[in-house]
Design a protein around this ligand. Sequence first.
Ligand code: PRX
Length: 650
Amino acid sequence: MVIESVADEGRTFEPHAAFVQQARISSKEEYDALYKRSMDDPEGFWGELAAQELHWFKPWDKVLQWDEPTVQWFAGGQLNISYNCLDRHLTGARRHKAALVWEGEPGDSVTLTYAQLHHQVCLFANTLKKLGVEKGDRVAIYLPMIPEAAVAMLACARIGAVHSVVFGGFSAESLKGRLVDAGVKVVITADGGWRRGSIVPLKANVDKAVQGTAVESVLVVRRTAQKIDWHEERDYWWHELQQTVSAICPAEPMDSEDMLFILYTSGTTGKPKGVVHTTGGYNLYTHITSQWLFDLKDTDLYWCTADVGWITGHSYTVYGPLSNGATSFMYEGAPNFPDNGRFWQLIEKYGINILYTAPTAIRAFMKWGEDWPGRYDLSSLRLLGTVGEPINPEAWMWYSEVIGAGKGPTPAPIVDTWWMTETGGHMLATFPGAHTMRPGCAGLPFPGVEADVVDREGNPVPVGEGGYLVIKRPWPSMIRTVYGNPDRYRQNYWEQVPGVFFSGDGAVKGENGYFKVLGRVDDVLSVSGHRLGTMEIESALVSHPMVAEAAVVGKPDDIKGEAICAYVTLNEADQDQSQEELIQVLKKHVVAQIGAIARPDEIHFTEQLPKTRSGKIMRRLLRSIASGEEIAGDMSTLEDRSVLDKLRGS
Ligand code: PRX
């Protein structure tokens, strides 16, 4: 991506006085004081919060130990995130408060109070133990968005097993890659899940994926009751096994730096990387960001629409809200099933107060029209959040005016949150009761986060100019390593720009200290807010026998943010197949290799790809061709200029 400086859009909005009055952090001065303290005395700042906000079995010896790139937060301390999300809420008024409110796509619903969720988690944890799962073992979770997904995560955390949640939209092949990389012992799945009226064949995918891996058992949750293949020696029904175990399962004291989970995310190489998060810092950071940025109150019904297969679902559907004793809403299915009004119908039906979703969803709602939200009472909404990609000011305004403004007693502020799988929690945002909102700008650093925009050498770039978004000191929920690949961790994050955490995003910092995030500067695409590596899709394409070479680039798309555009050179083509048939074959192949989210929007066949004299594909030129732009910049290294003319004609 070419980083350019971007003029400030200029429009600003203040949170409504009635919101400010009851907000947890309700003035800029309050934020400034928190931020200053966090910079001047990070150990005091985080140590006090950790003592005040979390339960510890054993206090820590040292708040922060930083030996780049290795960080330890609260070393020597012991805690359990499942205890913090459950047990400690059982002794007071929250005992019978709803922890999870869930609705399935067909319209069925479940509410689990804290006491009930605790009970379910203990049963699940003992079931895992019965299957031989021990502290440190890796357990994969490949489930639909059903309460059992949260239960399974908390059950793993309770016994010290490391979970690796795999989004149900990923294919058997993708799942297998993750099972192998993480050395998974047990897979938790369901007979299927509902998505847009159809059943996602999760168990069938698991059957394919586990072949040739170290997986010993598959625990199956009954969801759709469809017929599935059964392997007696390996498969177990959750509803059967839970009958055979005790409901008493004390939370295992975990060292603060014990691994909590591995979550795979796309990078610049063909293989997704296993981002490792640990216990104490992650618990504290997701807890406090949830509390302050969503202004969480005990009376709120809070809905983060992300699937638990992504980091947003981990941090802000499960761990952050539950650690605060909040009520978290979950929905299983698609936003347009049975019609385009489903989200608004859910908000009205349940009286949801806080909605956290992605710009790609907002742009789809805009396209579907104001009529849909107009049919429902959205007056319960008091705060709106956004995450996943830069939000264009038009979408921001629509979200504010059509969904948030004036519908309830107080117009809802919008909290844009910039962060990533690797950061574990929100990094840049505006405090809803303290800050001016600037559509299109992610906002200011959260206390403890020292963010900057720099050049490749690490020199800060002047205000208003584009550069690399970096973080200059460790924060509690920082990625600890790439699972099984510490070199990749160091090279990817700490050596791109010397001595600072490299996010991979470009940004501009304004006079006012606000950051505007421009998007990725590497070969990572953001498709409907989901991260996909171009190399990953290219590898999938070239794994088809007919494909010789492939280059994948992003192309701006009104709804998805970026569309996937592939340029392919073929080995001997099958003469009987038309070009259109071939395109369909290759699209299907990519879906089978990675999942439907990676299906190319466009495939162009070409005899040659534009390459440098040393053989590197010049994706920059392909990006310009894909988006119909003038080709600019240096072309002196291009080996054969005639390739460009042919490509333009393709
Ligand atoms: O490019 C940024 C974009 O999403 C990337 C991280 O993707 P992932 O690890 O999948 O996590 C997504 C959910 C946290 C970032 O590198 N991104 C995320 N939030 C924003 C954003 N870009 C602009 N504004 C945001 N609020």
